[in-house]
Design a protein around this ligand. Structure first.
Ligand SMILES: C[S@@+](CC[C@H](N)C(=O)[O-])C[C@H]1O[C@@H](n2cnc3c(N)ncnc32)[C@H](O)[C@@H]1O
Length: 345
């Protein structure tokens, strides 16, 4: 999987995105990315964006926001081009104003075995939490299946089955727990926390979901409805500078809980120096909590190239586009980017 630093060459990045990320996931985005990579006029527009704003997911979402038709993009390959060339000032403004804050509740299915394996109760701290949907692993139902589709385990919240059922294929001896962990405190941190009570916010999050992924869009809408009654605090801040303040709040309000600092699809947004700084920061925070007699862990779920030190410890192979799932800097498995599959090492 590529990182955002590779966006310096958008044609190559979009070709790679078509082949390695969109293929098999979204025919529309596969065709759009391949078409754009071969279209000098559209590429020239994308190349005017700041490097980190050239991501296919962001450009395509902005184009859809301004009316590019989906999911019939492959029958109608002009849809993207028409909007990019015809409404570039508007698309550009949306790209610059918004970001790919996709909040994928499905990732809870791949995080759950790690979270439930930790000594509870838990104080969950998610950095890069977006709207905070992944801070509620105890709110959803889970259906784990094997490669043939046969159910391996089903987990429901203590209050009964949820309207949001997360399906996940498991490979390897994943420690699927009998129930969700007990969470006594939860809080998030984000550069731009999203407020789901704003209709525009929910609509943007839905636009970020890939066109053919109707199940994810329906799940997102259902999850947003469920959390409407259980708001979670996601504070504005930078994970490189504001982690300790949040950890201190959790420790003060839930002194007996195990602090779990976690993140999914976030550290890719930092440059190399930022990624190294994050690793140092989280390590120092864990040490500080432990030195004070507390329990603390770090759960990471990021693209294979994002935290190379963690990835290097993996003892089995995942699919090329998989995320590497880590606990305290050691890889425990591989996960599908949207939580559809977990391979336990
Ligand atoms: C792709 S979203 C992932 C959201 C969520 N973790 C999930 O898995 O659904 C990445 C989030 O990270 C946030 N983010 C990126 N860099 C950050 C930073 N330095 N500090 C805090 N949040 C950051 C973005 O604002 C965005 O909401």
């Amino acid at each position: 999987m590529r990182t955002m630093d590779d966006l310096g060459d958008p044609a190559d990045f979009y070709r790679h995105f078509a082949e390695r990320e969109a293929k098999g996931e979204s025919r529309t985005f596969e065709e759009w990315a391949r078409g754009l990579a071969a279209d000098p006029e559209a590429l020239a527009l994308v190349a005017t964006l700041p490097v980190r704003k050239r991501q296919p997911n962001l450009v395509f979402a902005a184009a859809r926001w301004h009316g590019a038709r989906t999911p019939s993009g492959y029958d109608d390959p002009g849809a993207l081009r028409e909007v990019l060339l015809g409404q570039w000032p508007q698309v550009r403004e949306t790209v610059l104003a918004r970001s790919t804050q996709t909040n994928e509740v499905g990732r809870c299915a791949t995080l759950l075995p790690v979270l439930a394996g930790l000594e509870g109760p838990l104080a969950l701290i998610e950095v890069g939490a977006s709207a905070g949907l992944c801070l509620h692993p105890d709110l959803w139902s889970y259906r784990y299946v094997d490669d043939t589709g046969a159910q391996v385990a089903r987990i429901d919240p203590a209050t009964g089955p949820s309207g949001v059922v997360l399906d996940c294929i498991v490979r390897g001896e994943a420690p699927i727990p009998p129930s969700a962990p007990q969470v006594v405190w939860r809080g998030g941190l984000d550069l731009n926390p999203l407020d789901l009570t704003q209709p525009d916010t929910a609509r943007w999050l839905e636009t970020l979901v890939w066109p053919e992924h109707e199940d994810r869009r329906a799940r997102l809408a259902a999850a947003c409805r469920e959390v409407a009654d259980v708001p979670v605090d996601v504070v504005r801040g930078d994970l490189l500078t504001d982690l300790d303040a949040l950890v201190d709040r959790a420790r003060a309000q839930a002194p007996d809980a195990t602090v779990v600092i976690f993140h999914s699809a976030v550290i890719a947004y930092l440059d190399d120096a930022g990624r190294r700084a994050w690793q140092d920061q989280v390590t120092a925070t864990l040490e500080r909590v432990r030195a004070a007699g507390g329990r603390a862990h770090w759960v990471s779920n990021e693209g294979a190239r994002v935290l190379p030190d963690v990835t290097a410890t993996a003892r089995c192979e995942g699919v090329e586009s998989d995320f590497c799932l880590g606990l305290d800097a050691s890889a425990v498995g591989w996960t599908h980017g949207h939580g559809r599959r977990l391979t336990w090492c």
